[in-house]
Design a protein around this ligand. Structure first.
Ligand SMILES: [Zn+2]
Length: 112
């Protein structure tokens, strides 16, 4: 059985960047790509792209776009205590797994 790799963060999470040029900044995960171990974070790790004129952008120009970054570079920010935290997985009575903040003990979310 092949093991599906899972990231510690997922779409919609707030994360804190730990290293690199965006160190210390927070952003929302726009996309998580577990197979690549990478994520896309809103407004962070941006790259500038020069574009040719198109229908949407008649003059062409420079657009700023987020680039994928390694999920290991970020920590989850707990929505309850607003701190960068590690999570633990806790089984609930109904069989769901909850992600729990290790700092404040609040349930961040559950998979069912
Ligand atoms: Zn917390």
């Amino acid at each position: 059985m092949s093991e599906a790799k899972k990231l510690h963060v997922k779409k919609g999470d707030m994360v804190l960047v730990l290293t690199g040029k965006d160190k210390g900044q927070k952003g929302k995960v726009l996309e998580a790509l577990p197979k690549k171990g990478k994520i896309l974070v809103e407004g962070l790790n941006t790259v500038k792209r020069h574009t040719k004129p198109s229908q949407n952008l008649p003059q062409g120009g420079i657009i700023v776009k987020e680039a994928l970054m390694h999920s290991a570079k970020v920590m989850l920010v707990c929505p309850a205590c607003d701190k960068a935290t590690r999570i633990k997985k806790t089984p609930l009575a109904n069989g769901a797994m909850a992600r729990v903040c290790k700092k404040c003990g609040e349930i961040i979310d559950k998979d069912k």
